[in-house]
Each structure stands twice: as structure tokens, then as C-alpha cells.
Design a protein around this ligand. Structure first.
Ligand code: GTP
Length: 457
């Protein structure tokens, strides 16, 4: 494949990411030393044949301008033959409307018969090369002579450990995802695709990554024609927005009929990033991934003060004393100053933050240029592992229960909703010896007294 598309939506969709995304996009939120979106882009760049990555969204152009310019400069310097472009929709066109509008960009100079499409708001280990191999495998093992599949879907198996499942398994998780039923006897050919069904027909959900045959544009133009027809039909009383198209409705639900759609079964970590609390989980997962990879030297060296994995930008000054302990799962941005004797766990600290001596930061996000006093505690209570494990014992699938009992690698991190982390907006100042627990503080506030479970507007 030579082209990849990343869907990044737009500002109105980012509302759940407030107060962090007030001045930018959640896709630029730094996690483990680089923006969320850069993790996705870097994963795509591992595909050698990729020459163009198209970001499609309806944010104003300036929001991604610096990010893209910097990226392209770096790619040129390191002789990588790939360009990143932002394509702006004139309004929210749905998950496939932009793809259809910019189809010429996707097809132009596309050296292969397929392209990659990725939801920008998911995090996972991105086994993209393996998905491409599956496409080629299906093609070469095709009975009708080398016929390419219509699509390879990224199927996330919820019987394996999974954060979104943790969030929803008490209720009815299947109603929030697209479910895929495939035939393992036939290369995992997709038999059914159902969007947010009433009953649980499968444990494999659509994980928001697709390797599409370029022939799916035919489905989109058919869907478009049908929409225009309906919109102009005097007997149709439904409201039809003829500009929007949807991957789920206009492509996926039609694909199994075409009989040439397959699923790549993925069993690793996977999560959608919707709320700020999700960023804390993303930080944890990506730091783990880097720590276990060849790139682990980009992280801060373990020592008596550093409990890995920790990322601290080189420009940040940490006052190492005996009682200072940082980590695990901490990301610290540029030009911060961390006082002596600080204890920081499971938190994201953005650029230019100053933290006084002997402060404690736990399960929290500290935005740009905040000032935290001496002996001050900024905490989220995090989660209660015991109760999560109990939840699995009570409601988990039998496979999950077995994993919990037998597999040490089955790491349950559990439920994090916005209630159990603390978030400070940019330029917040917190005085000495104050406790801020499970609270949201909007930018530029001065905090002089303890806060517990409060939202400071
Ligand atoms: P819910 O709608 O909350 O159930 O979430 P979902 O996981 O189904 O996500 P959704 O389909 O809303 O979005 C999936 C991805 O597509 C995300 O990366 C969004 O940013 C992106 N997206 C959603 N709508 C649009 C759109 O109108 N235009 C563009 N370019 N991207 C979109």
C-alpha cells in the first residue's frame, strides 16, 4: 500500500476532551514524548511502501500546520520518501464523506490496489504490516486466480484484556461497537458485520483500522447517488444530509455481501481516546510499548530515582535527591523544573511546569506552565484493582476469568473515568501544602485551599 488516511474529526467532536483540548486538538496532546497523532503516523511509517499520509478532518488548517511542517521537514532530512498532508472538510462529513470528497488524492499515484484507513482516536500496537501480509495472502491463495480482497478489517478480540471492555462489560458492550462474525475455516472471511447490535453476536469488534481495496470508492459513489435520490424524493420524509457518508453504513455493512472481506485478528491492547482520563491510560500503554521495544533508549534511564517507564524531555530539570521518586508511567514535557524530594506516579506533565519541593503528583494531568507549591499534593485516586478483578470474576467471559487466574501477563489496569483523576488546565497555580484530589481546574486559576471532587470553572 502507498497511501494512508487518518480520520481526525474536528473541534465539535473533541468536546469530551475538555478542559485539555480548549486551545488545541486532542490529537496533538503529548503522550510519552510526542503527540497522540505522531504515534499513529510513526506506526504507519513502518510500512516501507508508504508515500503519502492524508489527515482528513474539519479542524481549521492552522491547528495542524506546525505539526505537519515539522514532520515533513524531519522526513525529508532522514530521506524518508513520504509526505503528510492535511485535507479539510467544509463541515463534518461523517467517517466516509471526506474520504469520498478527497478520493482523487487517495487514488492519485497510488502504486497499489489498496489503501490504509485509520481512525485517529485509537491506540494499539498497530500491526499494519501484518494486515498488509494478510491482504497479500488472501490474494495469492484466491481460487479465482490472484484476486484482491475488498477489505481487511482490524478485529479486536474482546475476550482478551481490553480497557474499553472493562468500562462497559458490566452492561452491554456490544451495543457500542461494530461486531464482526468471521469464518476461521476460510482465512477469517467476514460473514456478518453488524453496527452496535442489540445482542452479542460475536466477541470480535471493529477496531477502526481498515485496509481497503480501492474498489470501495464504487460503493461510496453508489451510496452518494442513492442519498441524492432520497433527498430529492418528495415521498421521503426522513431528513437526509447528502454531504455525509459513513464507513460503517455505506461500506462495511455492504462488504460481507461482496464476499471478499477478511478480518485480521488482533489480541493486544486497544483503546479509543475520548476523554482526558483516557490519555492517562494511553500514556501507560505507549510507555510500556516503548520500554519493551528497541526505542527504549529514548526513555529516561532507570535509577534509584527513576522507576521505569518514564519519559522526561532532556530540557527538563529534575532535582535528584534521595527521596525523589519518579515513575512508573510518567511523561514530562519540555523546560519543566521538578523540585527535590518529589514523588510522581502515573501522570502527564506538559511543558514549562514548575513543581516545588516534596510535592506528590499521582494519576493527574498537569497542563502547560502550571506552578505547584512545596509539599503540595495533586492526586487522582486512580482505580481500585481489587474491584476490577472482582468485576471480571462476576461478569467476565470464561476466557477472561481463566486468563485472570492463570496468566501473569494479563494485566488488569481497570476502570478510569474522569472522576478519579485530577486535571489542571494551563497556567494554574497551586499554593504550598494544598491537596487537590479528583478535581478539574480550568486554566489560569489560583488554588490556595484543598479541593476534593470539585470542578473549578
Ligand atoms: P462514537 O461516535 O462516540 O460511538 O465513537 P466511534 O468510536 O464510533 O467514533 P466515530 O465513528 O465518531 O469516529 C471514529 C473516527 O472518525 C475518529 O477518529 C473521529 O475523529 C473520526 N470522525 C468522526 N466523524 C468524522 C467526520 O465527520 N469527519 C472526519 N474527518 N472524521 C470523523
Amino acid at each position: 500500500t502507498s497511501k494512508a488516511v487518518i480520520l481526525i474529526g474536528g473541534p465539535s467532536r473533541g468536546t469530551r476532551f475538555r478542559p485539555l483540548a480548549l486551545d488545541q486538538s486532542k490529537y496533538l496532546f503529548p503522550i510519552a514524548g510526542k503527540p497522540l497523532l505522531a504515534h499513529t503516523i510513526d506506526a504507519i511509517l513502518k510500512i516501507e511502501s508508504i508515500t503519502e499520509i492524508l489527515l482528513i478532518g474539519f479542524y481549521e488548517n492552522f491547528i495542524f500546520e506546525d505539526f505537519i511542517t515539522d514532520y515533513n521537514t524531519r522526513l525529508r532530512y532522514s530521506n524518508v520518501n513520504c509526505v503528510i498532508k492535511y485535507l479539510k472538510e467544509f463541515k463534518a462529513l461523517g467517517t466516509a464523506g471526506g474520504l469520498y470528497q478527497f478520493r482523487d488524492e487517495v487514488l492519485r499515484n497510488n502504486a497499489s490496489d489498496n489503501f490504509l484507513l485509520v481512525h485517529g482516536d485509537i491506540i494499539c500496537a498497530f500491526p499494519l504490516v501484518q494486515m498488509i501480509e494478510k491482504f497479500e495472502h488472501v490474494k495469492t491463495s484466491s481460487k479465482q486466480g490472484k484476486k484482491s480482497p475488498d477489505a481487511i478489517l482490524f478485529g479486536v478480540n474482546l475476550d482478551h484484556y481490553n480497557y474499553d471492555l472493562m468500562l462497559t462489560m458490566n452492561s452491554t458492550y456490544h451495543t457500542s461497537f461494530g461486531l464482526i462474525v468471521a469464518d476461521p475455516q476460510e482465512n477469517d472471511k467476514v460473514i456478518h458485520y453488524v453496527e452496535k447490535p442489540e445482542s452479542k453476536i460475536s466477541s470480535v469488534i471493529n477496531g477502526g483500522i481498515y485496509l481497503f481495496n480501492t474498489n470501495v470508492f464504487k460503493l461510496l459513489s453508489d451510496a452518494k447517488i442513492e442519498k441524492i435520490r432520497k433527498a430529492n424524493d418528495e415521498n421521503c420524509f426522513e431528513f437526509i444530509d447528502e454531504d455525509t457518508l459513513s464507513i460503517e453504513r455505506d461500506i462495511l455493512q455492504k462488504l460481507p455481501d461482496l464476499n471478499r472481506t477478511y478480518v485480521y485478528n488482533y489480541k493486544g491492547f486497544w483503546k479509543t481516546i475520548k476523554t482526558p482520563a483516557d490519555a492517562i491510560v494511553a500514556n501507560e500503554l505507549y510507555l510500556d510499548l516503548i520500554y519493551q521495544s528497541k526505542r527504549s533508549e529514548s526513555l529516561t534511564k532507570p535509577s534509584i530515582n527513576i522507576n521505569p517507564p518514564v519519559f522526561a524531555d532532556k530540557s527538563t530539570k529534575i532535582n535528584y535527591t534521595k527521596t525523589c521518586k519518579i515513575g512508573p508511567y510518567v511523561s514530562i514535557g519540555k523546560n519543566c523544573v521538578i523540585g527535590s524530594g518529589c514523588r510522581i506516579v502515573n501522570s502527564i506533565i506538559l511543558d514549562g511546569v514548575e513543581i516545588g519541593n516534596n510535592a506528590i503528583i499521582k494519576n493527574s494531568i498537569i497542563s502547560k506552565n502550571c506552578k505547584i507549591g512545596n509539599w503540595t499534593r495533586i492526586e487522582g485516586s486512580g482505580l481500585n484493582l481489587v474491584s476490577i478483578n472482582e468485576l471480571i470474576r462476576k461478569n467476565g467471559t470464561s476466557k477472561m476469568k481463566a486468563l485472570l487466574e492463570t496468566n501473569e501477563n494479563f494485566k488488569v489496569i481497570g476502570i478510569r473515568d474522569s472522576g478519579n483523576i485530577t486535571i489542571l488546565g494551563s497556567n494554574v497555580q497551586v499554593k504550598d501544602e494544598v491537596l487537590v484530589l479528583n478535581s478539574f481546574v480550568l486554566p489560569s486559576k489560583q488554588i490556595g485551599e484543598d479541593l476534593k471532587y470539585e470542578v473549578i470553572m
